[in-house]
Design a binder for this molecule. Structure first.
Ligand code: COA
Length: 201
């Protein structure tokens, strides 16, 4: 199964993606914001991770959808977006993401998250999406705010980055389906405008 947008395909990881994965993830500017990613990040790490995702995808009852983000124009994996800790009884899921640094600030994560939200709320019928980020991660906080996530609280020294060993305060966010539905037309309009601007720059 895959999700498609104007510029991206969100799809299952394949072992042949390993070089793109290592290319993006073997970068401390990326891994320092993530909990369980080692640095340096080797091909062995990448293969282990892809195999783990493939196992998840084979499960009949899924609590996680691990999507790789493929840039259509380059046929290259430039990042990942997970919908995880899905509890279909409580109708809640969580998201986690990263992008290769060479592709930041092109609205790719905004575009990927918009289609993932449609999948989570409309197809899986979830009622709430949660996400969290380190309190000093300006980029990630910017993305959540842009997409309508509401800050629910800040937890002190709540997680440790494997890549750096540093402890981080974390911002926790919620997004309810009813609020997302109201916001969606504006999100799509703003994204179209941003893509046109990027194409003309
Ligand atoms: C967080 C991350 C995925 C954002 O991806 P991205 O595709 O560059 O984000 P977008 O271009 O869609 O940005 C959307 C908005 O977020 C905000 N934003 C993004 N990067 C920002 C930055 N470096 N500084 C401040 N705000 C930023 C802006 O408001 C931006 O909108 P604008 O460009 O129109 O001003 C990317 O920076 C990344 O992979 N970082 C390292 C790993 C990580 O932090 N993962 C998330 C862990 S919680």
């Amino acid at each position: 199964m895959k999700l498609e947008t104007k510029r991206l395909i969100l799809r299952k990881p394949k072992l042949s993606d390993v070089d793109d994965l290592v290319n993006g993830m073997n970068n401390i500017n990326v891994s320092k914001w993530l909990a369980s990613v080692p640095f340096p990040y080797t091909k062995k790490d990448g293969k282990w991770y892809i195999n783990d995702c493939i196992k998840e995808w084979k499960k009949k009852t899924k609590t996680k959808y691990a999507f790789f983000i493929e840039l259509k124009s380059e046929k290259k994996v430039i990042g990942a977006l997970d919908l995880l800790r899905i509890n279909s009884f409580s109708k809640i899921g969580e998201t986690g993401s990263w992008l290769n640094e060479n592709y930041w600030r092109n609205a790719y994560m905004t575009e990927a998250k918009i289609v993932l939200m449609e999948f989570a709320f409309n197809k899986l019928k979830l009622n709430k999406l949660k996400t969290y980020t380190y309190s000093n991660n300006k980029a990630s906080k910017g993305v959540q705010q842009k997409l309508g996530y509401e800050l629910m609280g800040v937890f002190k020294k709540d997680e440790r980055s494997k890549a750096t060993g540093k402890f981080h305060d974390t911002h926790y966010y919620d997004l309810f389906k009813k609020d997302w539905k109201k916001l969606l037309p504006k999100l799509k309009k703003d994204l179209d405008k941003k893509i046109k601007m990027l194409e003309n720059s």
